[in-house]
Design a protein around this ligand. Structure first.
Ligand code: APR
Length: 241
């Protein structure tokens, strides 16, 4: 199986990778839905990752993101991230990374042109449309930080449940899914759209779809092949020249 898949990679003109939280599991970043370590197991997602939750309790949501930021700052890219970046460096323009992850680890591994569909946890933005006073002087520190003049709050610049994805990234991701002849779906449960829908876009466009995940996923029926291995083990084996 692995040898055949290595041949598929070698023969592929354009490869698109769709990654999820499982991509970063071996870096020590908890995934959302894994029963034991998944962040959601400890929190109710609707309690934390929505604008309504933030407006209802800004400090709770801000503190949860601050905790995740600190955890992510302490970890680094794993062998899977590095294998992808290495392939991209050896074969410029042949592999595109689309990620649902907000941890920035693909970028820190050196992957160019990462399409981050759900934003980056390290970035903030204004909750309300910024006025002339917002950002004029120093932002008042706090949990969350805010504009000292009008009180506008800073919020994590990630895509929360129910929010629109960044248009440019989504369009580029659609194009990458339509234009590839191989899609690797790595470390995602495939439960959140529109990101998960990109696997069907690739399949419909004639690409070979391969899932890399130790467990079954909601996208198994979209794939041609299933590599029941982890990202940090499978990707270095698949992508070595
Ligand atoms: N290697 C590969 N896959 C792994 C590994 C690993 N080491 N460890 C776990 N997995 C798999 C799990 O089997 C699961 O299928 O990673 C997947 C993680 O799924 P989720 O926790 O649902 O994460 P994800 O699919 O990225 O969630 C999608 O939902 O919560 C929202 O916006 C959030 O981007 C997130 C989106």
């Amino acid at each position: 199986m692995l040898e055949a898949l290595r041949e598929t990679v070698r023969a592929a003109r354009a490869i698109t990778v769709l990654s999820g939280a499982g991509m970063s599991a071996e870096s020590g970043v908890p995934t959302f839905r894994d029963a034991l370590t998944g962040l959601w197991a400890r929190f109710d997602p609707q309690q934390l990752a929505t604008e309504e939750a933030f407006r209802r309790d800004p400090r709770l949501v801000w503190d949860w993101y601050a905790e995740r930021r600190e955890a992510i700052a302490r970890v680094g890219p794993n062998a899977g991230h590095l294998a992808l970046a290495g392939f991209q460096q050896r074969h410029p323009g042949r592999l595109t990374v689309i990620t649902q992850n907000v941890d920035g680890l693909h970028q820190r591994a050196g992957s160019p042109g990462v399409l981050a569909l759900h934003g980056n946890i390290a970035d903030d933005r204004w909750l309300e449309a910024p006025r002339a006073c917002c950002g004029q002087g120093p932002i008042a520190s706090g949990r969350p930080p805010h504009c000292p003049a009008c009180g506008n709050l800073r919020r994590p610049a990630v895509v929360w449940f129910g929010e629109m994805l960044p248009e440019a990234e989504l369009e580029a991701a659609q194009a990458a899914a339509e234009g590839c002849d191989l899609m690797l779906v790595v470390g995602t449960s495939g439960e959140v759209y529109p990101a998960a829908g990109l696997a069907s876009v690739a399949r419909r466009a004639g690409a070979r779809v391969v899932i890399v995940n130790p467990h079954e996923t909601a996208l198994d029926n979209v794939a041609h092949q299933w590599l029941r291995q982890t990202a940090a083990v499978a990707l270095p084996a698949l992508l070595a020249d």
